[in-house]
Design a binder for this molecule. Structure first.
Ligand code: NI
Ligand code: MN
Length: 221
């Protein structure tokens, strides 16, 4: 699986013919790793309704015909009545897809939609499993993700809106993925962080490997 970081919380997961785009905040993102009108996608996962996660989801879905995946209330509020293809499950549920599956997992964060829930995703694609945490604070149930035997965890480290670097290290300790990739930092002044410090802390504790991706950079999992 190829993982490409497109800035902030946006990642593109690719395998064979399938492209899964997550939280496509590109237009207006000062550190975007791609242009919204050039990104290809078969599925677009949206963790919650805040603008820095919904981003260009609707325009990319209209152009590409991609299926928009999120929790039910978020989907109803943001993606209904637009003639868009949607797949809306809820926390704890796994949605089977043409490429594998997407499990919606808890995130401690506002959804941006009345009554809605923010989520994270466990994406399984041809034998590889990746956790995208969405926006979240640290919470003890993250330890349940250890049982998923994750190949990679994409974790916010920006602080202010989500967990910061110290809590993200604790998250890695609970989740124990094979690889951690930091996200949701440096896009705005409030979330300025040094990802190298996070990497050092995780590696000093010998928890897992950390790869820091610049916007536009890819990693072959
Ligand atoms: Ni948010
Ligand atoms: Mn955010």
């Amino acid at each position: 699986m190829k993982i490409t970081f497109l800035g902030h919380a946006c990642f593109l997961l690719e395998h064979s013919q399938t492209k899964v785009l997550i939280d496509p905040y590109l237009t207006g993102n000062p550190l975007a790793g791609a242009e919204a009108d050039r990104v290809e996608a078969d599925f677009i996962l949206v963790s919650h309704g805040h603008h820095d996660h919904v981003g260009d989801a609707v325009s990319i879905a209209k152009r590409t015909g991609a299926v928009l995946c999120s929790t039910v209330e978020v989907s109803r509020e943001l993606f209904s009545g637009e003639g868009l293809k949607t797949l809306a499950g809820n926390i704890g549920g796994t949605m089977q897809t043409s490429f594998g599956s997407v499990k919606l997992v808890p995130a401690q964060h506002g959804s941006g939609v009345p009554g809605g829930l923010a989520c994270g995703f466990v994406v399984e694609m041809e034998g590889r499993k990746v956790y995208h945490a969405g926006d979240t604070g640290l919470f003890a149930d993250m330890q349940l993700l250890k049982g998923e035997e994750l190949d990679a965890a994409l974790l916010p480290i920006g602080d202010f809106y989500t967990m910061g670097p110290a809590d993200a290290v604790k998250a890695v300790d609970m989740i124990r993925p094979k690889l951690a990739i930091p996200m949701h930092f440096n896009t705005f002044p409030a979330i300025k962080q040094d990802p190298v410090k996070f990497k050092r802390s995780v590696e000093e504790l010998d928890l897992c490997r950390v790869v820091i991706l610049e916007p536009g950079q890819s990693f072959e999992l």
